[in-house]
Design a protein around this ligand. Structure first.
Ligand code: FEO
Length: 399
């Protein structure tokens, strides 16, 4: 690190950018990479806040060495144990064997089981403070945001929240580290995709955390991924508040699975009818082409969801099965759902989508067209009825 990345005169970003890894958690695409943010506070005592994924560890250890400039590390604060942040702990412990490892009672069993570390642990509870000198660190438990041991650290003198994954984003930090140094338009989808993909299942714990932290005078948010928020603190908190309440905008996401284009024709017809009926924000995805990451992200934006599948081996198409499984696991709330399909003989696609509709418990649209082989004019009439049902319900909800 030839240029020290100062957050303040005594707090430094020592994180790393990962442009090599294709999939976050080995599942979510990283077209714009990801940053693992870690921080060092240099005071009478020194503290490292979170670490980085082990694949970028060499650079990380160099960054720490440069910032500490011959001093030892007194504390390592572990806000979150997922290995993209805990992956370098063992190397830090080898380098600074006297360092106290700060976590809560749920942190340390994971620390032992992941890394075999059980010495020099320093347990904190909600409301405890560590005094580094000028800087005071307070700890707040935010369980299931998004793991059970998750906590955040608030530096009271400067008003800096070390927030763990909360308020994080995909995307590397290209040339800057602060929100006002970076192209937030370029990162916009990476910010919402990080929330919807990684945190999205945990709407209620996110709401609980926002309420708990609501009284703090937060001047800066240092998350473990993405930009450091200092000019848009209120904006990112407002986004999290909206997303975690499952608040969506008027619009409709259509996802289809189609082998030979017949189900796709129905999707296009439904989209056309939706637009004719005044729904402008219509997004169509082919489940075989678009990763669920992006589809889920759109579903977090728009109230309407229409899913269509051909039959495949007497069931729904495999890529649609993957998507609806993910939606069920994430238990996303408050959508209006329409389903449709096609079959060449016995069917199965629409049947599975109807079962999904029962399980997810979203409001549903009555018309459920299912074409035999290729859609005919009666099928397209039913597609129009489905679009009409969706459009009028969305207009009612957003009038
Ligand atoms: Fe970025 Fe949950 O780890």
């Amino acid at each position: 690190m030839h240029n020290r990345n100062n957050i303040t005169d005594k707090i430094f970003w020592v994180g790393t950018n990962d442009r090599r890894t294709h999939l976050f958690e080995n599942y979510w695409p990283l077209p714009k990479g990801v940053a693992y943010n870690s921080y060092v506070i240099v005071d009478e005592k020194t503290a490292i806040v979170d670490t980085v994924e082990k694949g970028t560890m060499d650079e990380y250890l160099d960054n720490i060495t440069e910032v500490l400039d011959g001093r030892k590390a007194d504390y390592l604060i572990i806000n979150h144990m997922e290995p993209d942040h805990s992956g370098s702990i063992r190397s830090l412990v080898e380098r600074y064997p006297e360092m106290k490892i700060v976590g809560n009672k749920k942190t340390f069993p994971m620390l032992e089981r992941f890394y075999g570390i059980k010495e020099n642990i320093f347990e904190v509870q909600e409301g405890n403070q560590i005094d580094l000198g000028e800087h005071k660190l307070n700890f707040y438990m935010v369980p299931m945001l998004h793991w059970p041991e998750t906590m955040v650290t608030f530096e009271t003198t400067q008003g800096i929240l070390f927030s763990g994954d909360a308020f994080g984003a995909f995307g590397t930090l290209d040339g800057g580290i602060f929100d006002d140094e970076l192209d937030l338009d370029y990162l916009d989808e990476e910010i919402s995709r990080y929330y919807s993909n990684i945190v999205g299942k945990y709407g209620r714990p996110t709401q609980n955390a926002l309420k708990k932290l609501g009284g703090l005078e937060i001047k800066m948010i240092c998350a473990t991924h993405g930009p450091i928020w200092r000019s848009h603190v209120a904006d990112i908190i407002a986004k999290y508040d909206k997303w975690s309440q499952y608040k969506t905008d008027e619009g409709c996401v259509i996802v289809y699975s189609s082998m030979y284009g017949n189900t796709e024709k129905m999707a296009d017809n439904i989209a056309r009818q939706l637009v004719k009926k005044g729904i402008k924000k219509v997004r169509i995805h082919d489940s075989s082409k678009t990763h669920p990451s992006y589809i889920i992200n759109d579903i977090f934006k728009y109230r309407g969801v229409i899913l269509g599948s051909c039959a495949y081996n007497g069931d729904v198409f495999p890529t649609m099965e993957t998507l609806i499984n993910e939606l069920e696991h994430m238990a996303i709330k408050d959508h209006v759902l329409g389903v449709f399909g096609s079959k060449s003989w016995g069917g199965g696609g629409l049947k599975r989508l109807n079962k999904f509709a029962e399980e997810i418990k979203w409001e549903t649209i009555e018309a459920t067209p299912e074409a035999l082989c290729a859609p005919n004019s009666e099928d397209f009439d039913l597609c129009e009825a489905l679009a009409e049902g969706m459009a009028s319900r969305l207009k009612e909800l957003y009038k």
